[in-house]
Unconditional design. Structure first.
Length: 428
């Protein structure tokens, strides 16, 4: 029954029941943290065999380089090949680095600000105001980077097939200060959206007033399906090449959610020209990455097919957790008209929208009951969700029983806040 169609009395009765449930939960002194998309310890354990000495051997790469020593700026050949297969580009177009792709993104964006996007290009900080397109809801840490670097962010809505391309095309066509765009193209954080090939094609060929427009294509969840095969998707690098904008795409990923988030391997892929420029940047910064860890990962996985087989094991652990959240939403809130939720086929998050201006209260009420969710607003630039509706649910970390309790609390909080808003509006 749609809450919006209920009478004042009916709403008040439901509110009383839900408030009693809330008090009961509160008396249980619950303590659940659902704020970040961390893999559960069972998932981390899937990679423990990787710590075996056999994956290090004599510390030499296939072409005889000693991983214990300095050097090999762009990563060892076998890890570049593996990421090349993941990104669907030749290994020469890959740079493999340390443990964090976010760190590479921060670093590269800083370099564009200070040094420009290529040899002889004007640094962005010397070009006046710089703006970035931010599909929303999106990843809070992306937005934190652009905010930290003083880059103005422009919200663009995400639809089922990716960001609103009509709007993006109209923005970038005339404004040379729009220098780039964040994107999580597959199983997006937090919506789970998979960008369609048509959207990718339009991003690759759109006319940009800024010649040095760059798409930060964070393919963090590229092989992170919840069942079956990873979604097939057109390569942005290949599409940009086809449409004469080869340097537009920079693709990032890491093994953070394949092996260990604290001790994985991150990599980027881009055009031959860009890779040349990035190496010039990196050569001043470092003598080389942690090649022992790269060797460990490369030997452990060996092939792309083994990566996928490994990701299936993650999916077996993750899928029941996603199913649990969706089942509870359907059980508790279906047809109430007070919550919409995504039903992703991969990635780490479920995105929900409350009714107008409810999200921050839902999160606060849940917190007061011992259940922590990502702060409302954090899926938007500057932490400001203009409609105060979106909340990111991260089901990966807690065991299913804890998750079930946490989501039941969440549903009660959604009902209480929504009914209070409805009653308030009815009174006005
Ligand atoms: C979209 C996205 N990109 C990047 C990261 C972090 O990646 P890394 O561990 O490689 O720094 C996350 C982590 O949640 C993420 O959701």
């Amino acid at each position: 029954m749609k809450y919006g169609d209920l009478s004042h009395e009916e709403l008040k009765n439901i509110l009383m029941v839900e408030k009693n449930k809330y008090d009961e939960f509160k008396s249980m002194n619950l303590k659940y943290d659902m704020t970040r998309g961390k893999p559960a310890s069972k998932q981390l354990a899937l990679s423990d065999d990787m710590m075996s000495d056999k994956y290090i051997g004599d510390c030499k790469t296939s072409n005889g380089l000693d991983c214990r020593n300095y050097g090999i700026l762009d990563g060892i050949p076998e890890i570049k090949k593996l990421f090349g297969d993941i990104f669907n580009v030749p290994a020469e177009q890959v740079i493999a680095g340390g443990n964090s792709s976010l760190n590479i993104m921060y670093d590269l964006l800083s370099a564009f600000m200070l040094l420009g996007t290529g040899q002889g290009a004007m640094p962005w900080v010397r070009q006046g105001e710089i703006k970035f397109i931010c599909p929303v809801p999106g990843y809070d840490r992306h937005f934190a980077i652009t905010e930290r670097l003083g880059i103005k962010m422009i919200n663009v809505d995400i639809h089922e097939d990716g960001p609103d391309m009509d709007y993006i095309e109209s923005l970038v066509k005339n404004d040379p200060s729009i220098k780039g765009m964040w994107s999580v193209p597959k199983y997006s954080n937090p919506t789970g959206v998979v960008y369609s090939d048509e959207v990718i094609e339009r991003l690759a060929k759109m006319k940009c007033a800024a010649e040095d427009f760059r798409i930060f294509w964070d393919d963090a969840y590229t092989v992170h399906m919840l069942e079956g095969e990873p979604a097939k998707q057109r390569s942005l690098i290949e599409a940009c090449n086809t449409y004469g904008n080869p340097d537009r795409a920079i693709v990032f990923a890491s093994t953070s959610k394949m092996t260990y988030p604290g001790a994985g391997i991150a990599a980027l892929a881009s055009s031959v020209e860009n890779i040349k420029w990035f190496k010039q940047i990196y050569t001043i910064q470092t003598i080389g990455p942690n090649k022992i860890n790269q060797l460990r990962h490369a030997n452990y996985f060996g092939t792309y097919d083994n990566v996928i087989a490994h990701m299936r094991k993650h999916a077996e652990i993750l899928k029941p957790k996603f199913d649990c959240v969706i089942r509870l939403f359907e059980e508790e809130l279906k047809d109430c008209g007070i919550l919409e939720w995504s039903n992703p086929k991969g990635g780490y998050f479920i995105s929900v929208d409350t009714t107008y201006n409810c999200a921050s209260e839902v999160v606060a009420l849940a917190k007061n009951c011992g259940v922590l969710f990502t702060a409302a607003g954090s899926t938007f630039p500057y932490g400001k969700d203009p409609e105060n509706k979106n909340i990111r649910i991260a089901p990966s970390l807690p065991p299913v029983d804890d998750l079930e309790a946490a989501i039941r609390v969440f549903c009660v909080c959604v009902k209480i806040c929504s009914i209070e808003k409805l009653l308030e509006n009815n009174n006005n």
